[in-house]
Design a protein around this ligand. Structure first.
Ligand code: ZN
Length: 433
C-alpha cells in the first residue's frame, strides 16, 4: 500500500507525542497573543501560555464550540491579519449566521498535504482520473479534494455537483477512476447509471472517497455492490480544515486521523470529562499547526471512539470509528435517543427496500410522533395489496426490535422521495421547542 508521507504517517508514537506537544505549545502561544477571545478565556482560568507545556496540560484549556464561531462572526477568531489570509470558506448554518473559516498560505499547503494523504490511502496515484462531484464554492468539499488530487499529480476533473446525466457521460468519456462525493450522491449516481443506457463495464471507476455526511456499513455495501468499487470513508469539518482530518486506508477498519496536525480527544458530552482510550464519546479537536483559524478543543458533536492499535497498513496514526451520528442529529422521540443512521442500517438489511427514506417528526397532542417514508421495489406496487401490508409490518417489526420505538411506516413508489446532490436531508422535524 502506498503511503504519502511515511515520516509522519508511520512515526513512532512516542516521537509523535513530542512533535504534538511542541506544536501545541506554539499554537497556544499564537492564540493567546493574537485572539482576544482565547486570551480572555484563558485569563478567566488563570492560565497563561507558560502553563501549557505538554499534551497533558491540554485538558486545562477551555473548549471551543460552533456558537463561539458564530458569536465572533465573521473573522473574530482569526489569528492572522487579513493580509495573510488567502482563502475564506463558510458553512451554511440552518439557523442564523454561517460559520466562516480562513486559511493562510501555509494552511492551504497543510490542507493539500492531508488531502494528498487521504487520496493516497484510498489507493489513488498520479495515474488516476479523479472525478470530484463534491460542490465547489464556499463548501470545503470540492476545493479540498481538488488541491489534494493535484498534489499527488492525478488528473483532476472538477465537475462539482448537479447534472447527473452529464456526470455519467464525463465519467465515461474521460475514464474517471476515482469518484469523490457524498455517499448519498454515489447511490444516486448508481441508480442513474442503471437508467442511462451506459454499462458499468464501460466505466473505469475503481474506488470512491465519500464523506460530508454520516453513513453506515450497510450503505457502504450497497454502494460497493451497485457501483462495483471500493468505498472509502473520509472525514473532516470546515472548522478544523475541511476534508482531510481523517480517512480510511484500504483495510477499511477505521479512519486514520492526521494527528500531526489535528490532536483528538474523546469527551463525555454531558460532564465534559476526557474519557480513557477506547471509550465512545464526543470527538474534540485541537488544531496544532493552523495559522489562520487555530481552534483549541473544538467540540465536533460527532460521536465515535478511538483505536490506538497498529493498523495493518503500517500507519501509526490513531483510527476513529466511522461516525454513527452527531449529537446534533440525535432525535429524542418520546424519551428514546435515535440517530437517523440507525434507521438506515435497519432498512438496508432488507432487500425489498431502496436506500431512500425520510423521517418526519411531529408533536401531536403533546406526544412525539414519528413517520418513516421509504421507497420500496416497484414490484410491490404491482402485486397484491396484501404483500405491501406484509412488508410494512415487517419493516415496523424490524425497526421496533432494534430501536425500541414504534414508527409509523408509509411505503412509497421508487423515485418519489427527493434526491440530493450534496448532503442528504433525511429528517424533517416539525416540532417546536
Ligand atoms: Zn490503516
Amino acid at each position: 500500500m502506498n503511503i504519502w508521507n511515511r515520516h509522519f504517517e508511520c512515526m513512532d508514537r512516542d516521537e509523535l507525542r513530542i512533535v504534538q506537544g511542541e506544536r501545541l505549545r506554539e499554537t497556544v502561544e499564537r492564540v493567546y497573543f493574537h485572539v482576544p477571545f482565547y486570551r480572555q478565556k484563558m485569563q478567566e482560568k488563570a492560565l497563561g501560555p507558560e502553563n501549557i507545556q505538554t499534551l497533558d496540560d491540554l485538558s486545562k484549556l477551555p473548549f471551543t464550540t460552533k456558537s463561539d464561531l458564530r458569536d465572533n462572526y465573521p473573522f473574530g477568531l482569526f489569528a492572522s491579519p487579513m493580509s495573510e489570509i488567502v482563502r475564506l470558506h463558510a458553512s451554511s448554518g440552518t439557523t442564523g449566521k454561517p460559520t466562516v473559516v480562513g486559511y493562510s498560505r501555509r494552511d492551504i499547503a497543510t490542507w493539500s498535504e492531508v488531502m494528498a494523504r487521504t487520496l493516497t490511502s484510498a489507493g489513488a496515484t498520479r495515474d488516476d482520473f479523479i472525478h470530484i462531484a463534491f460542490g465547489y464554492g464556499l463548501f470545503t468539499g470540492g476545493l479540498g479534494l481538488h488541491y489534494g488530487g493535484e498534489k499527488i499529480g492525478a488528473s483532476v476533473i472538477p465537475v462539482s455537483g448537479g447534472n447527473t446525466k452529464r456526470q455519467l457521460q464525463l465519467m465515461h468519456d474521460f475514464g474517471s477512476t476515482v469518484l469523490a462525493c457524498t455517499p448519498s450522491y454515489a447511490l444516486y449516481l448508481a441508480e442513474a447509471l442503471e437508467e442511462s443506457g451506459l454499462k458499468r463495464e464501460e466505466l473505469r471507476l475503481r474506488v470512491g472517497v465519500f464523506g460530508a455526511e454520516p453513513w453506515t456499513e450497510n450503505m457502504r455495501r450497497e454502494i460497493e455492490e451497485k457501483l462495483q468499487i471500493k468505498a472509502i470513508d473520509i472525514y473532516g469539518l470546515s472548522e478544523v480544515i475541511g476534508p482531510g482530518v481523517a480517512s480510511e486506508c484500504l483495510s477499511q477498519k477505521g479512519l486514520h486521523i492526521n494527528e500531526d496536525h489535528f490532536y483528538p480527544e474523546i469527551i463525555d458530552p454531558e460532564t465534559l470529562e476526557v474519557l480513557p482510550p477506547g471509550n465512545a464519546g464526543e470527538l474534540v479537536f485541537t488544531t496544532i499547526t493552523k495559522e489562520g483559524l487555530p481552534l483549541i478543543r473544538y467540540r465536533t458533536r460527532d460521536l465515535t471512539h478511538l483505536n490506538y492499535e497498529k493498523c495493518s497498513c503500517g500507519r501509526t496514526f490513531v483510527r476513529m470509528e466511522k461516525c454513527l451520528g452527531r449529537s446534533d442529529d440525535m432525535l429524542i422521540i418520546r424519551g428514546v435517543n435515535l440517530f437517523p443512521s440507525q434507521v438506515e442500517s435497519v432498512l438496508l438489511e432488507m432487500s425489498e427496500i431502496k436506500p431512500y427514506y425520510q423521517l418526519i417528526v411531529d408533536r401531536v397532542n403533546n406526544l412525539d410522533e414519528i413517520e418513516l417514508k421509504v421507497e420500496v421495489e416497484e414490484q410491490f406496487f404491482q402485486d397484491k395489496i396484501g404483500q405491501l401490508m406484509a412488508l410494512r409490518q415487517k419493516i415496523q417489526q424490524n425497526l421496533e426490535s432494534s430501536l425500541g420505538l414504534s414508527i409509523k411506516i408509509t411505503l412509497v413508489e421508487p423515485k418519489t422521495l427527493e434526491r440530493f446532490d450534496g448532503k442528504a436531508k433525511r429528517v424533517v422535524d416539525k416540532r417546536n421547542f
